[in-house]
Write a protein that binds this ligand. Structure first.
Ligand code: CMC
Length: 426
């Protein structure tokens, strides 16, 4: 039975349909509001606006739940491989053995990049941030494959190309930035092993693949694989809604992710922890600054638009961080600072009242440091993890029969009409 919400305005009653999701989430469909009343809705930052119907990821921010295609992220982090999770997100179900093998073969077949790309990388200024380079290079990749993704097969190849090549390109960019030889992908290595090998193997010293490092990267990437309509995913959907090609849509997602309030927070956390240490290790002072409204400082890696409890990804990341450092016999003083900061913040009335808990980025930087990833590459690692989510969301939006170009409205607050005055008369 259809359900409606009644809006009363100026004595007139307007019936607006209710929409209920498969987990009981409720929305009001306001698409007829303007035609019926002349009103639009105003919701800065889209904090309470549903932009689409989606069957990819379910989040409950109050209960701290995250599921990909119905499967709890905790189970995937424990048992799945990144490749299998990618397949799940993009195809909507887990693959059988043959499908997974075929997917692996396709990824391996597409993992090499044209060596002409090297020239592009070499010409970036040495201090360029890897996220800016990655965003531009994903757009550049389109120039190497100018055919349009019109037929299903072509779209599948493009998605596979991105999953396989962007990983190669990220490692290649790191090697070139250091002036080192590029290491090519190998078909005998897993998705995660391949990346670590391309990053750290060298002609003078073979990379010693550690099981713990591979596992940490696997979990890190699974935890980042999708997060429904966050800023970068919304960018991918919005840019994609203009029917732009997938490379351009993903490039916009990478650009959005770069921001310190979003994916860039993993780098910002390490910088913040380092600053706290350099300043004498006073965590209490940092918490005090974070709650001072006259100070722009925020605790990076804390707070989330949706989670009003502990981020379920952060729980896994924190546990993994402890285990990883212990098993690799690493002592990282930043971990002690992070633990102390968390303990103080979680007891602080301001943080309690504002429901501010650590998010995924709080401990992820320490994990990445432990496996040797340089700080300025942290957000690139996030982007590689989020790639399947962006692709799945782009595909869902392009398959939607009700697909429309994204075009929000506004309430204009500028000058009312006045006449142009020529410069000599001003
Ligand atoms: N430190 C201090 N105060 C905070 C923080 C923080 N990290 N986060 C939010 N607040 C306060 C904020 O000042 C505001 O207070 P009041 O209501 O008294 O004015 C209140 O909490 C709500 O904050 P908001 O900025 O309106 O919340 P939002 O939903 O718009 O922002 C956020 C979410 C993640 C941008 C924000 O919590 C933040 O800036 N966190 C630090 C950056 C960070 O860790 N980002 C990574 C997010 S998780 C990875 C990802 O998926 O992107």
């Amino acid at each position: 039975m259809d359900e409606f919400v009644t809006l009363t305005y100026n004595g007139k009653e307007i019936m607006l349909p209710m929409v209920t999701g498969s987990e009981g989430e409720k929305a009001i469909d306001i698409s007829s509001l303007r035609a019926e009343t002349g009103f639009i809705t105003l919701d800065p930052g889209y904090a309470n606006t549903g932009s689409c119907l989606s069957s990819i990821t379910f989040m409950d921010g109050e209960k701290g739940i995250l599921r990909y295609r119905g499967i709890p992220v905790e189970q995937l982090a424990e048992h799945s491989t990144f490749k299998e999770t990618v397949y799940l997100l993009i195809n909507g179900r887990l693959p059988d053995r043959d499908e997974l093998t075929q997917f692996s073969v396709m990824l391996n077949d597409n993992s090499l990049v044209h060596t002409d790309l090297k020239a592009f990388y070499q010409n970036y200024p040495r201090r360029a941030h890897p996220m800016g380079i990655l965003s531009s290079m994903v757009n550049t990749l389109k120039a190497f494959y100018p055919t349009l993704e019109t037929v299903e097969e072509e779209i599948n190849i493009t998605m596979t190309r991105l999953l396989a090549k962007v990983r190669t390109m990220a490692a290649m960019s790191y090697k070139i930035s250091r002036g080192h030889e590029i290491v090519f992908p190998r078909a005998d290595l897993t998705y995660c092993e391949n990346f670590l090998n391309m990053m750290f193997d060298s002609p003078v010293k073979s990379y010693e693949m550690k099981r713990e490092a591979v596992n940490a990267l696997r979990v890190f990437w699974i935890l980042h694989a999708d997060h429904e309509q966050n800023c970068s995913t919304s960018a991918v959907r919005m840019v994609g809604s203009a029917r732009v090609n997938l490379y351009a849509a993903i490039s916009s997602g990478i650009a959005a992710l770069w921001g310190p309030l979003h994916g860039g927070a993993n780098q910002a956390v390490i910088e913040m922890l380092t600053n706290i240490q350099n300043d004498g290790g006073n965590c209490q002072k940092a918490v005090q600054r974070a709650r001072d409204k006259n100070d722009p400082f925020r605790l990076m890696g804390f707070g989330h638009r949706v989670y009003k409890t502990y981020d379920p990804r952060a729980k896994i990341m924190k546990k993994m961080c402890d285990e990883l450092l212990e098993s690799m016999h690493i002592t990282d003083p930043l971990l002690d600072t992070a633990r102390e900061l968390e303990e103080i913040a979680l007891k602080d009335p301001y943080f309690v009242d504002h429901n501010l808990y650590p998010n995924i980025d709080f401990y992820s930087g320490i994990v990445l440091r432990a496996i040797g990833i340089p700080t300025n590459m942290f957000t690139v690692l996030f982007a590689l993890g989020r790639l399947p989510g962006w692709i799945a969301q782009w595909r869902e939006s392009t398959d939607d029969p009700h697909w429309k170009i994204s075009r929000p409205r506004q309430i204009y607050t500028g000058s009312q009409k006045y006449d142009y005055v020529p410069i000599h008369a001003r």
